[in-house]
Design a protein. Structure first.
Length: 296
């Protein structure tokens, strides 16, 4: 007397083995793709122009790999569940499970662990990036709607003077930096919140009215790079662009001398709405005051 495996709801052993092999095959293919050897540029990361890439590129690659592993695992489970528990007969009724405590604990705790690992490595990379040597160059960056001003402080190429360049939405400014040099950036805003971002620097920082934000990095690779505002700041936000030129020291000094010869001497900050706030002027004086009422 033969047994109909469809009527009994059971499958032959060979079919069960094939269904178990599928998730393993999918996982093996995914692992092979990930371990094939991808650089940051292969995963659409920018070409590095600063030492920040030493800290943040491995963080990004690790996040991509972790996300890929989780994605393959989840989709593998989905495919396995679809094939393993598909309907095999019209009168088949699957077992009704109201809840599964171990599974619910797993999908609650596992994401918390993953986020905690991401958080730990992000903080670690940030602390390592902040541990930079003392800067030999200082640049005061001023964001205004809708362009940038770059002030180069105490430049040898300009006789020790401060020089500057100012851009407009129609004429993007160029930020010159010497290669293999540690530079400190001081960021200020004259109106609304902007964000200073050079993708090749693997770093960006908000430019906030009334607050001075600073960061330090070391340039590594000469070349031309794109910079932009990454914080929505108004109608011409998309045109708040600038160019970064990382050049040798001689070329950098020549550019500073050219700014001096053009008369771009001093520090440009523009008219600031952040300095003209009602209630901070002393009586009978147009000078801004400190909180205790003393004129600055």
């Amino acid at each position: 007397m033969s047994t109909d495996h469809r009527a009994s709801g059971r499958r032959p052993a060979a079919a069960r083995r094939r269904s178990r092999r599928l998730p393993r095959a999918l996982a093996a293919l995914a692992a092979a793709a990930v371990l094939a050897g991808c650089s940051g540029e292969d995963l659409a990361l920018p070409r590095s122009a600063s030492d920040n890439a030493d800290y943040y590129e491995p963080l990004w690659l690790g996040a991509w790999i972790a996300s890929g592993v989780v994605g393959v695992f989840v989709f593998g489970l989905m495919v396995w569940a679809v094939l393993r528990y598909r309907r095999r007969s019209d009168d088949e009724i699957p077992a009704q499970t109201r809840y599964n405590l171990p599974i619910e604990v797993l999908y609650t705790i596992a994401p918390v662990i993953i986020v905690a690992v991401f958080f730990f490595h992000t903080i670690e990379a940030g602390e390592e990036a902040d541990d930079s040597p003392e800067a030999s160059e200082q640049v005061l960056v001023v964001g205004q709607k809708w362009s940038w001003s770059f002030n180069y402080l105490e430049q040898d190429g300009a006789g020790g003077q401060n020089v500057y360049t100012v851009g407009t939405p129609a004429d993007r400014p160029t930020l010159y930096l010497p290669e293999d040099t540690t530079v400190e950036f001081e960021l200020r805003s004259q109106d609304v919140i902007h964000a200073f971002w050079v993708p090749a620097f693997y770093f960006k920082l908000d430019v906030v009215p009334g607050r001075e934000n600073t960061f330090t990095l070391t340039t590594t690779e000469p070349g031309t790079y794109e910079g932009r505002c990454s914080e929505l700041c108004g109608i011409y936000h998309s045109r708040m662009l600038f160019t970064v030129e990382v050049v040798d020291r001689a070329t950098f000094d020549d550019e500073m001398a050219a700014l001096e010869q053009a008369g771009n001497v001093g520090i440009v900050e523009g008219s600031s709405a952040t300095d003209d706030i009602a209630g901070v002027e002393s009586e009978g004086s147009g000078e801004p005051t400190t909180e205790d009422g003393a004129e600055q």
